[in-house]
Design a protein around this ligand. Structure first.
Ligand code: ASP
Length: 440
């Protein structure tokens, strides 16, 4: 029998109505045997995610009044009790809620507090579905230095899952060797889902959220962009890195290595196809030359000019050594005959701007040294580019026809992406122009 691991995000489990939708989805396909829930998310814009309420409780346990802590915790209790009573369940979670409250007050730690959002939601969902409950603290393991322990987890988790025909495993957290609960970074239930999918060697990892997959461009910039039907892991890495967020970046690795595809699906529109994320798209021809466009603002370019730079062996290395000394991770290093630029995030640069520039002046003695701020990078990503000639020309001409000046160009050697640097105020215009050029 085929196995699907299904992960539901916070908005998919935000209230009783959403729980019902989730149960219907799970029951509609017998293969959906392992379920990874997030904590209840926002029910409406302006609502507060339960995880954030737990973080607030933790902060109050450290430095707030007892009344404020109680009031904050009561809101959490109300969220869970509301879900249980609206579902008409015969389930008493008050003992668990009391225990968690006491543990937070007894300094069980920030990650412990945050993880309880998923833990409690998992208990309710398991009961509602009639599935077994597997506490992630028994099966998702971290090393002493807080890194995810992939090998040991695979061993322990796959053995445990083999004992359960159907189970709910809460997302987002696991345990360290010393018994302390540890969470992944925010949005980390996606990672748990991927780890569970690998452990049962699933046929498919379905990641259910509140959008019907990835869109080709940000809908706040491009009106009604098309959905991406199929995307490769590598394309997705490029797009996520550049700001397209639907799935946690680190969720890709466990399933990618195991060759398990991910299907991003919409809990509110379960019939929509969503986006399939696959290892190799040989079987999936892309409809358009480009798969997607994404971008981020907030970059600076350090422009270094030096006569005969080209002929000086080790020039670039010396520049990069200085940059490295200041712990700056660079994004791109476009260069010309006598100039090179280092593009990095403005935030990082601001932590050491003057010292870094002084060090470059001292060590490199450039003819001129300037910094340009307020840059944005836009990535045009697509596996179809390798085959199509003239893609770069189309990107550049569409952008310049829209009156945007391109400050930097970089094409990855895999020909999977073209990255351009522009001024931030041209961001939307450039994305819109590229989208129209390739998609209409
Ligand atoms: N509940 C956690 C968060 O809000 C993890 C998740 O939803 O994936 O970040």
């Amino acid at each position: 029998m085929s196995i699907k691991v299904v992960k539901f995000g916070g908005s998919s489990l935000a209230d009783a109505e959403q729980f019902r939708k989730v149960a219907n989805i799970i029951k509609a396909d017998d293969a959906r045997r392992y379920v990874v829930p997030s904590a209840p998310g926002k029910r409406f814009s302006g609502d507060i995610k339960v995880t954030d309420m737990f973080y607030a409780c933790y902060d109050l346990s450290k430095g707030g009044s007892a009344e404020d802590f109680d009031a904050q915790y009561k809101m959490i209790e109300d969220r869970y009790n509301g879900i249980i009573s609206d579902l008409g369940m015969d389930f008493d979670i008050s003992g668990e809620l009391k225990y968690v409250k006491r543990a937070i007050l007894c300094h069980a730690g920030r990650d412990f507090a945050a993880s309880r959002g998923e833990y409690l939601n998992g208990l309710i969902l398991a009961k509602y579905l009639g599935y077994d409950f597997i506490d992630a603290e028994n099966v998702i393991l971290f090393t002493e230095d807080g890194k995810f322990d992939s090998e040991r987890t695979q061993e322990v988790l796959s053995a445990e899952l083999a004992r359960h025909e159907r189970a709910v495993i809460p997302g987002f957290y696991g345990i360290m060797p010393n018994g302390t609960v540890k969470t992944f970074s925010r949005g980390g239930s996606d990672i748990t889902g991927s780890i569970v999918a690998r452990a049962v060697n699933a046929d498919l990892y379905e990641n259910w959220t509140d959008v019907s997959g990835f869109l080709m461009a940000d809908p706040r910039i491009v009106k009604d962009p098309l959905a991406i039907k199929t995307i490769t892991y590598r394309e997705l890495r490029e797009l996520s890195y550049m700001g397209a967020t639907v799935l946690h970046e680190d969720a890709i690795f466990p399933v990618r290595n195991a060759g398990i595809p991910i299907n991003i699906k919409n809990t509110n529109k379960p019939d929509d196809e969503g986006t399939m994320i696959v290892a190799s798209a040989a079987d999936y021809d892309s409809e358009h030359i480009i798969t997607g466009i994404a971008g981020i603002k907030g970059f600076s370019s350090i422009i270094i000019e030096h006569d005969m730079m080209n002929a000086q062996v080790g020039f670039v290395r010396r520049v990069l050594e200085v940059v490295e000394d200041y712990d700056i991770s660079l994004e791109h290093i476009p260069s010309g005959i006598d100039t090179m630029s280092v593009i990095c995030s403005t935030e990082q640069l601001d932590s050491c701007r003057e010292k870094l520039l002084a060090a470059i002046n001292r060590n490199i003695k450039p003819d001129s040294l300037n910094v340009e701020d307020n840059l944005a990078l836009i990535a045009v990503v697509g596996r179809g580019m390798v085959k199509a000639r003239g893609t770069a020309a189309r990107v550049f001409s569409s952008v310049s026809d829209a009156g945007v000046n391109i400050k930097m160009i970089d094409q990855g050697s895999s020909e999977l992406n073209i990255i351009i640097g522009i001024e931030e105020h041209d961001f939307n215009t450039a994305i819109e122009a590229i989208y129209r050029e390739f998609v209409k």
